[in-house]
Design a protein around this ligand. Structure first.
Ligand code: NAD
Ligand code: DAU
Length: 366
């Protein structure tokens, strides 16, 4: 039985992970620590109260006293560290928060873990600090470059990627210098339920339904490797259960697509869904598809992201060979499920986008 501290568990991947873990390991304890920034959302954790081992704590990973008391009082033995500022565009406009949370916050978790797990007599018999990182630390690829492996030199290009790279190095150093048991996973672009609609796929779905422009950066040729979020959660589970302390593992989807192709696919699927389901035109009257116009008419090629990485691709051979990792969701069904989820959860994305969730948060967590 594990006793987990899941940081950032109210965010997109963290919430999916908590749901995955509670379903698979119902006897485990899961304490979520989340600061509920704009990206954190209690609605993402709805229903988990019924799970006996679940607890939510509103707080900052940089709070040394709070993290210490959680680890000591609840005898937690595993940290799964998702909490981060995660959006590249925001890191270009306002990088400070990325350094504060991704670098200093991660360092605070590490020093508390070291103190509690390595220096105290009442430390649990075993421990693990799992750090959730990104493929963006490796930089960018050309069309014919081989995919990133765990040996690819770090070359982060955005303040977000640089802050994640710094945190990866800190995690590594706490293993090498102090003997803290750590693992790191570097993953490609996730998509699926509960993703904040500032990221490409949910943003395009929401804008297609509400008749807003679909902003494609540059010429839309940039390529990402897409992984359904549940496959990421399974991969993290494998690293936690079977990974070797001190090692890093790449997790990817073997699923490269240019942005413009993804946007066009979302447009085509939206048109088909509206043609098949007349009730959608009533629910989303501002969608072009509601009046038979092609959703693609909303596409607008806009100014490129500064320093925009052209291509990411993950070589997950090490994870496959050593852990048995393989993504199971194919993109066709994964994208379909994501669109269906957004159609069935209009209240969720409307609340996130129109700020009513923020107002609720201020009322309840001021
Ligand atoms: P997200 O932005 O949806 O969620 C981040 C969560 O962290 C939010 O709940 C937020 O409230 C919380 N948080 C932020 N600052 C905090 C702080 N100081 N203290 C406590 N909580 C704080 O992010 P996501 O997309 O779910 O990403 C989760 C992790 O996975 C990140 O570390 C990210 O770098 C990594 N990652 C993301 C992707 C992706 O495609 N989204 C891919 C690879 C790796
Ligand atoms: O690769 C893993 C990373 O994937 C994670 O570490 C990050 O946390 C996550 O945000 C994601 O970063 P990206 O920058 O790749 O994701 P985003 O959804 O912001 O953008 C995907 C691509 O789509 C990218 O090339 C930029 C482009 N884009 C994005 C938005 C939001 C557009 O063309 N238009 C848009 O409006």
């Amino acid at each position: 039985m594990r006793r987990l501290l899941v940081t950032g568990g109210a965010g997109f991947i963290g919430a999916n992970f908590v749901r995955y873990w509670a379903g698979k390991y119902p006897d485990d304890q899961i304490v979520v620590l989340d600061a509920l920034t704009y990206a954190g959302n209690m609605a993402n954790l709805q229903g988990l109260d019924e799970f006996a081992g679940f607890e939510f704590v509103h707080g900052d990973i940089a709070d040394q006293k709070l993290v210490t008391s959680l680890l000591v009082d609840q005898k937690l033995d595993t940290i799964v560290h998702f909490a981060a500022e995660s959006h590249v565009d925001r890191s270009i406009h306002e990088p400070d928060a990325f350094i504060r949370t991704n670098v200093n916050g991660t360092h605070n978790l590490l020093r508390v873990a070291r103190e509690v797990w390595l220096n105290r007599d009442d430390a649990p018999p075993s421990h693990l600090f799992h750090h959730v990182s990104t493929d963006e630390v490796y930089g960018t690829l050309g069309p014919d470059d081989p995919a990133f492996t765990e040996k690819t030199p770090y070359a982060p290009n955005s303040p977000y990627a640089a802050s994640k790279a710094a945190s990866d190095h800190l995690v590594r150093s706490y293993h090498h210098t102090f003997g803290l048991r750590v693992t790191t996973s570097n993953c490609s672009n996730n998509y699926g339920p509960y993703q904040f609609p500032e990221k490409l796929i949910p943003l395009m779905i929401v804008n297609a339904l509400t008749g807003k422009t679909l902003p494609v950066y540059g010429d839309g040729s940039n390529i990402r490797d897409w992984l359904y979020v549940e496959d990421h959660c399974r991969g993290i589970d494998l690293v936690i259960s079977r990974g070797k302390a001190g090692e890093t593992y790449n997790l990817g989807g073997n699923n490269e697509h240019a942005n413009i192709d993804i946007v066009r696919e979302i447009c085509a699927r939206t048109d088909t869904l509206f043609a098949e389901r007349p009730e959608l035109a009533v629910a989303f009257p501002d969608a072009p598809a509601a009046t038979g116009k092609p959703t693609e008419s909303l596409v607008s090629f806009v100014k490129d992201r500064l320093g925009h990485d052209w291509r990411y691709a993950i070589d997950a051979t090490k994870s496959t060979n050593e852990l048995g990792y393989l993504p199971t969701e194919d993109f066709d069904s994964g994208l379909g499920q994501t669109i269906d989820w957004m159609l069935s959860n209009e209240a969720w994305w409307r609340a996130v986008m129109d700020g009513s969730y923020r107002a609720w948060l201020e009322r309840n967590y001021a």
